[in-house]
Design a protein around this ligand. Structure first.
Ligand code: SF4
Ligand code: SF4
Length: 503
């Protein structure tokens, strides 16, 4: 039957809703659908939608049809294309490849997720032959754009292998027709001028951890015979200067830093943000503690509750917005990840907040000895003595064995929100994610038990606060949020190894 002959219509698309209390606009309902569109409705408007009584020709009808809540036959292909674009990460395969080139580290962090080894334990260094086998596997990934991320321990402790991997991957990437980005996650205390010049020359992106002002940073991260903070901020400044000297736009090219929040941070949200601003950072990533490594065994994952983190986070976010109103440009990454999903048709493909998550199908972690894991967090659980997330090793597996491994399938199932009680009904399902490794470590089950899951508490609270801002409809803040979700390509970091005829 053609749509013109339908007696009633259009059809209502599946939708979910959640009430948001806003100081300025009062209570409103945030209504979302699977392809990520949202509408903010009052109770009467929601009632009309629920009962299928929205009248054609009204503004409400036009908005709901435009956003895919009401579907005539001609809308279905458009909405399906929107959904297809949003889950585009599913077609790309593993794009993020994490190489743990050593477990050795010269710092001792209270919360070390990686369960570091001492600087003497050179047996935890990746060898050159193993690194080549890892790169060979990475080059078989189907995506023509790949990221290789160096992790540790402290990756600069195995500098020879970092250099070799970059050179070898560029060579192999050329043959395989890949675009490759390299990223080095370092505490910066083993950086020197020669290494920095080489990293800049070879377009390796550098990121670090900055846990706040000196007192907080040095409390969390101990460096024998010195201050971890002093080394970190000294090199952040020098790296940023090196980008400037190379003629790169400082808006795009600067050290990325993230903060791991411990109990001591909870009373100091402003001081933490001020430190990032003082160091010239354009972004701050406020990360809750992960219950892996020393964070689990030494300071306990119960360092604070999800609710306590959330209260800290909201204060920090409000302060960041206040600073932006005064002309300081700094964004918060967790907010930007959610806002990109809410305000744009795209998904930023952040592995831990997508459905299904990236374990084995979006990212793979390679341990120093060639062991293969679903993700770096799965490897961290292994370092704690549990091999549940180990898939095999580079000597005995092909890439196809990795992505089709039963463990990878199980984690994909356990992180597909449509099938999870609580998430399946949640208005934030189109924007959210759950971490099976976190769930397993904290709740003994790769499937989340949402009512008592601290990560759900945090994600729900963060999205509630963001939607309060959207309901308030303050133009200055909405404009700021749109700036936060602008995709800024950094072409200088991309090694485009494709032959020109492949482009
Ligand atoms: S299991 Fe957790 S850490 Fe690993 S990719 Fe999924 S969400 Fe991320
Ligand atoms: S994890 Fe929590 S906030 Fe996220 S979709 Fe599930 S229920 Fe909603």
């Amino acid at each position: 039957m053609s749509s013109a002959k339908r007696r009633i219509g259009p059809e209502r698309n599946l939708f979910r809703f959640r009430k948001i209390d806003s100081d300025k606009a009062g209570a409103r309902n945030v209504v979302t659908n699977d392809h990520g569109a949202f509408a903010i409705l009052d109770d009467d408007q929601l009632d009309l939608l629920v009962k299928g009584r929205v009248k054609r020709g009204t503004d409400l009808f036009k908005e709901l049809k435009e956003k895919g809540f009401l579907l005539d036959e001609e809308d279905i292909a458009r909405v399906a294309a929107d959904l297809d674009r949003r889950v585009g990460y599913l077609y790309r395969g593993p794009v993020l490849h994490i190489m743990v080139v050593t477990l050795r580290c010269n710092e001792v962090c209270r919360y070390c997720h990686a369960s570091r080894a001492s600087m003497k334990e050179t047996e935890t260094d990746m060898s050159i032959p193993t690194s080549e086998k890892v790169v060979d596997m990475i080059m078989r990934a189907p995506s023509d754009t790949l990221t290789i991320e160096f992790q540790g321990g402290e990756p600069l402790a195995n500098w020879e292998v970092v250099r070799h991997v970059v050179d070898y991957a560029m060579e192999e990437g050329r043959k395989a027709g890949k675009r490759i980005m390299f990223s080095l996650v370092s505490n910066l205390s083993m950086m020197d001028d020669e290494k920095l010049a080489w990293l800049i020359d070879h377009k390796v992106q550098i990121s670090t951890s900055l846990d706040g002002p000196k007192e907080l940073h040095d409390e969390n991260r101990k460096l024998a015979g010195g201050s971890a903070y002093e080394d970190c901020v000294k090199w952040m400044g020098r790296i940023n200067q090196a980008y400037l000297d190379a003629g790169l736009d400082p808006d795009l090219y600067h050290v990325e830093a993230l903060a791991t929040i411990t109990r001591k941070h909870l009373d100091h949200p402003k001081e933490l943000v001020d430190e990032y601003i003082a160091q010239g950072c354009r972004a701050i990533f406020l990360r809750p503690l992960n219950p892996f490594g020393f964070a689990k065994t030494k300071i306990s994952s119960n360092d604070y509750t999800g609710q306590e983190f959330l209260e800290f986070y909201v204060k920090a976010l409000e302060y960041i917005i206040e600073q932006n109103r005064k002309g300081v440009e700094i964004l918060e990454r967790l907010a930007a990840i959610f806002l990109t999903k809410v305000l744009t048709p795209d998904d930023p493909n952040y592995m831990d907040i997508r459905s299904p998550c990236g374990a084995g199908i979006g990212q793979i972690a390679y341990n120093y000895d060639g062991g293969i894991f679903t993700c770096d967090e799965g490897r961290m659980v292994f370092q704690m003595g549990d091999d549940l997330f180990k898939l095999g090793d580079v000597d005995s597996m092909e890439l196809r064995d990795v992505v089709t491994h039963d463990t990878v399938k199980s984690l994909a199932l356990a992180s597909t929100l449509d099938s999870i009680p609580g998430c399946a009904q949640c208005a934030y399902k189109p924007y959210c994610g759950t971490c099976p490794v976190y769930n397993y470590t904290e709740q003994g089950n790769i499937f989340p038990q949402n009512p008592t899951n601290d990560r759900c508490t945090i994600y729900m609270g963060v999205q509630d606060r963001l939607f309060q801002y959207l309901v308030d409809d303050d133009k200055e803040i909405i404009d700021l949020f749109h700036r936060w979700v602008e995709v800024k390509d950094r072409p200088e970091y991309m090694h485009d190894e494709r032959r020109s005829e492949d482009r």
